[in-house]
Ligand binder design. Structure first.
Ligand SMILES: Nc1ncnc2c1ncn2[C@@H]1O[C@H](COP(=O)(O)OP(=O)(O)OP(=O)(O)O)[C@@H](O)[C@H]1O
Ligand SMILES: [Mg+2]
Length: 218
């Protein structure tokens, strides 16, 4: 079983949106998945509980109990466990990251989010875990040219020597509307969103299978 921790010490960056999309994406590909929601807000569990069709298993837990959840997932012979973590809770996030094969850091392309990301990156590096950064809620690129905001963010991430996912997640309303009923954007009619989130999952899945040297050094 592989374990993924989706983290960002900064609030509202998109952890729950990405974590639930990964759980749904894995489930849609036949991967037996458990999402462990250790955020006291339980947004990820609420999202998955709204799903009518069969979906990934989910459970609410805490940083302190996430190891017990992992033992449970192992005994249920799950293929994948995804942990959605709270903002600001260094201890709970650390408890998730120590149990993870890969930490996925979510960041919006703004200065305030990037400074928060530096702290998340330090935490992951201190724990010696492979990590990958996902830029989320980015404005659209014009042709293939990124908006200045995104260019600056990528430069900042370069300074931090962060491994950045090659797929940037754009700000799209379908990510909000799909999750209202526990569905992935992959199950909706917005083809660009479906392709984007599928490509991101494929990248993370491949990284999880064999973390690259880049991801390993963060
Ligand atoms: N790519 C996106 N496009 C449009 N809206 C998005 C996107 N990603 C996230 N959002 C919206 O941004 C808000 C915050 O997202 P989300 O709840 O996933 O963040 P979070 O990091 O889990 O927040 P918290 O720190 O409170 O747990 C939500 O309203 C969500 O629908
Ligand atoms: Mg959340």
């Amino acid at each position: 079983m592989k374990t993924l921790a989706v983290i960002a010490l900064k609030g509202g960056s998109g952890k729950t949106t990405v974590a639930t999309h990964f759980a749904l994406g894995a489930h849609l590909r036949g991967v037996d998945t458990l999402l462990v929601d250790i955020d006291p807000q339980h947004s990820a569990a609420d999202i998955l509980s709204a799903r009518e069709a069969p979906g990934p298993a989910y459970v609410t837990s805490t940083g302190r109990n996430v190891l017990a959840a992992q033992f449970g997932a192992l005994s249920q012979r799950k293929d994948l466990m995804i942990i959605d973590t709270p903002a600001g809770a260094v201890e709970a996030v650390s408890e998730a990251v120590v149990l993870a094969d890969l930490a996925v850091l979510i960041v919006r392309p703004t200065l305030i989010d990037l400074s928060g990301l530096a702290r998340s990156l330090m935490l992951v590096r201190r724990l010696g875990k492979p990590s990958v950064v996902v830029v989320n809620q980015a404005p659209p690129a014009r042709e293939t040219v990124e908006a200045p905001l995104v260019k600056r963010a990528l430069k900042g991430l370069d300074y931090m020597q962060a491994a950045v996912a090659p797929v940037i997640v754009r700000s799209r309303s379908v990510y909000q509307t799909a999750l209202e009923r526990g569905r992935s954007a992959e199950e909706m009619s917005d083809r660009a969103a479906a392709a984007e989130i599928a490509a991101l999952w494929d990248f993370v899945d491949a990284t999880l299978a064999a973390p690259t040297q880049d991801a390993a050094t963060g």
